[in-house]
Ligand binder design. Structure first.
Ligand SMILES: [Zn+2]
Ligand SMILES: [Zn+2]
Ligand SMILES: [Zn+2]
Ligand SMILES: [Zn+2]
Length: 344
């Protein structure tokens, strides 16, 4: 959800009760407020029951989808239902009324999305109540009780605590008074981590200068075997690179027989040499999003020396930036990606 500007907290019922106890002359007003509050709470409660997702029963955080009969589903559950149906090779259906659902037949319900974003929710740190659309901003940016670190963390301070305690902590923190010789190891370790995470970009740039480079925009499509056991796998059509024929296969949850039994989805893939070769083919490759890809990837570089005996590279996890995107990929007819290959 996009960050929304922070709203004023919604007054809590305890504030109303205090006002009622202190001033007798305000009693009728306070009573009215209390009654209004109770009515509101009940209304909020009832709305929560009506607007929740039919699958997980939670109030949707972002997009809300509905079947053609109007039953509501949060985006995560909707994608999960579509992915499950693809894995089972059947049509996805609404859990309430069994009507068929798909990306084209289901629609967003913007009125429900907006209403849910206005419903009150409690901050997990300070228990103040905010409209849902501004809760994230409050919890991450401005709540006095949110957990923060010390500004001298970069030179080794490991303090974590509520934001309102960070100013007194930093005033007394011993770390800024340490000598350069004492903090040099911490800084060197930090620099190493940055270098390591940047190394993959340097390697990818380096590959662009190789004599032989190639890329293919590929589609992994689901297939089923019925020979021994019912097995589901994904495969691309054959493609050529460097005078050889290749294929990419992928498996869900390490070849689990029925991946719909687990809520976690893990996709592993294997690059396979399909043609015979007289001498080994050492290859480096990276899986990229490509022009039709549906999920952000964290670039990784892999290598394998392909030969007739070692025609299958070891299985590797699909480098998704957000593992939750696996369901989004599986909900589609095919998984689109670009395979970048390089050989010296
Ligand atoms: Zn849900
Ligand atoms: Zn329905
Ligand atoms: Zn708070
Ligand atoms: Zn500190």
């Amino acid at each position: 959800m996009a960050e929304a500007p922070e709203s004023e907290p919604i007054p809590s019922s305890s504030e109303n009760t205090v006002a009622c106890d202190v001033k007798d002359e305000e009693e009728p007003l306070a009573k009215k407020r209390k009654v209004d509050k109770e009515v509101n709470e009940k209304l909020e409660h009832r709305l929560g029951g009506i607007l929740c997702c039919a699958v997980c029963l939670d109030l949707p955080q972002a997009a809300v989808y509905q079947c053609s009969n109007g039953h509501l589903m949060c985006a995560t559950c909707f994608t999960h239902l579509l992915a499950d149906a693809r894995l089972r090779d059947e049509a996805a259906t609404c859990p309430n009324c069994r009507v068929e659902i798909s990306k084209t037949s289901a629609s967003r319900n913007l009125a429900v999305e907006k209403t849910v974003s206005e419903l009150p929710a409690e901050c997990k740190y300070c228990t103040q109540v905010f409209p849902r659309h501004s809760l994230q901003h409050h919890e991450q940016k401005s709540c006095e009780n949110r957990i923060t670190g010390c500004r001298y963390e970069c030179i080794g301070c490991g303090w974590r605590g509520p934001a309102h305690e960070s100013v007194p902590h930093e005033a007394a923190c011993p770390h800024p008074h340490r000598s350069a010789a004492e903090v040099v190891d911490v800084i060197a370790e930090r620099e190493k981590r940055v270098r390591d995470s940047n190394a993959v970009y340097d390697q990818l740039l380096d590959l662009l200068s190789y004599e032989k480079i190639s890329f293919n925009d590929l589609q992994l499509k689901p297939y089923r075997t019925e020979e021994y056991v019912h097995k589901l796998y994904y495969e691309t059509s054959r493609f050529s690179a460097f005078g050889h024929q290749w294929v990419v296969k992928a498996f869900i949850n390490k070849n689990q027989r029925d991946p719909t039994q687990s809520s976690q989805r893990e996709i592993t893939y294997q690059l396979i040499l399909k043609s015979k070769t007289a001498c080994p083919v050492p290859l480096q490759w990276a899986w990229l999003r490509g022009p039709f890809g549906d999920a952000a990837l964290r670039p990784r570089l892999h290598q394998h020396s392909f030969s007739d005996e070692h025609s299958d590279a070891p299985p590797l996890p699909l480098p998704l930036a957000d593992p939750a995107d696996a369901n989004r990929l599986l909900a589609n007819k095919a998984i689109h990606f670009r395979l970048f290959l390089a050989s010296k």
